[in-house]
Design a protein around this ligand. Sequence first.
Ligand SMILES: Nc1ncnc2c1ncn2[C@@H]1O[C@H](COP(=O)(O)OP(=O)(O)O)[C@@H](O)[C@H]1O
Ligand SMILES: N[C@@H](CCC(=O)OP(=O)(O)O)C(=O)O
Length: 376
Amino acid sequence: MLPRQELTKAKRIVIKVGTSTLNYDTGKLNISRIEHLVRELSDLANQGKEIILVSSGAVGAGLERMKKNTRPASIPEKQAMAAVGQGILMHIYEKLFAEYDQIVAQVLLTKENSRQYSQYINSRNALMALLSMGVIPIINENDAVAVDELKIGDNDTLSATVATLVDADALIILSDIDGLYTANPSKDKNAKLLHEVPHITPEIENMAGGAGTSMGTGGMSTKIKAAKIAINSGCTMVIASGSEHDVLRRLLKGEELGTIFPAKETHLKQRKSWLAFGKQIAGDIIVDKGCEKAVLSGSSLLAVGILAIAGEFKQGNTVRILSQSGREIARGSVNYSSQTLQKLKGLHSDEFKNILLDNSPIFDEAVHRDNMVIMV
Ligand SMILES: Nc1ncnc2c1ncn2[C@@H]1O[C@H](COP(=O)(O)OP(=O)(O)O)[C@@H](O)[C@H]1O
Ligand SMILES: N[C@@H](CCC(=O)OP(=O)(O)O)C(=O)O
């Protein structure tokens, strides 16, 4: 089935709306757009679709309330603005959704919630319970507690993590632009809109630039990062304009709006998606061309193909597997620490016993294919 047609069948849908869509350039909330969004989402829920809204805008709403017109530079100030704004945002949503008799719930997440498998499953259970009750969860990052290493970092990535968590059929990212262009259109007047991106190649990644306004964060590059997560988890993603009339209804009828990133056929099992997207990356393993080919065709990663190791990691940590050119081809749970792998790299497993003098278990594979997820 064509990817646009697939969208017409989507039942569980995550919709992400960015600050640049929720706010005017003045920094004030775009009330009529929020009203329209709420109307469209309630209508989709009435059709029996399961809807999750990932909404940015807390910092923006906080800034407006505190009468500031530039995003603060320091993290504590940003956190303070988000804390002021999140309540305002929820109050608006609660009030508007109530007009359509639609119940909503606030869910605030951090990376911590996906790092531990038990917490990952707990968040999934809570979201599934809300969906089964016909409630629309409204998700944002828990900005007040999520400093640096706890931060998911941007709501594009958060929305893709959520889509993976709940096995969503589609992720729709609404922005202030109608999709991915061949270059940043604010800088290149000849940039053209791409209607479909069948594969995320390095060229596609290079097209994506940073945020367009002082309000938005991440720009297209975080949306491409989100697309990688979503499509590898079997979820089709679309980037479309939040200002396009009836954008959600039209997209879900198969209309060619925005840029579509079709889901990959292979749907990762829960544990594999957690492995790939839930856990923190502890380091990198750089492999030679032969090893890259073997990994991409489904083999385990053997030490003989390892050229170099970056970072310090322990056995069981998640590492990225990179090609010689630095492109991530896979990630997985590693059988040896970085210290041990430094000694084993380039060797065949029958040579390991000369190196591993202690009685530590000898694995043939540095990363077993069952604990590995292909990322291209
Ligand atoms: N290749 C590209 N195609 C489209 N937009 C791009 C591209 N590269 C950078 N951008 C910028 O990304 C912006 C959207 O991201 P962002 O400002 O973070 O908004 P949001 O708040 O919706 O996340 C666009 O307005 C545009 O200026
Ligand atoms: N958690 C922050 C959103 C951060 C973010 O990713 O913003 P955006 O790029 O507008 O989606 C907030 O609510 O302001």
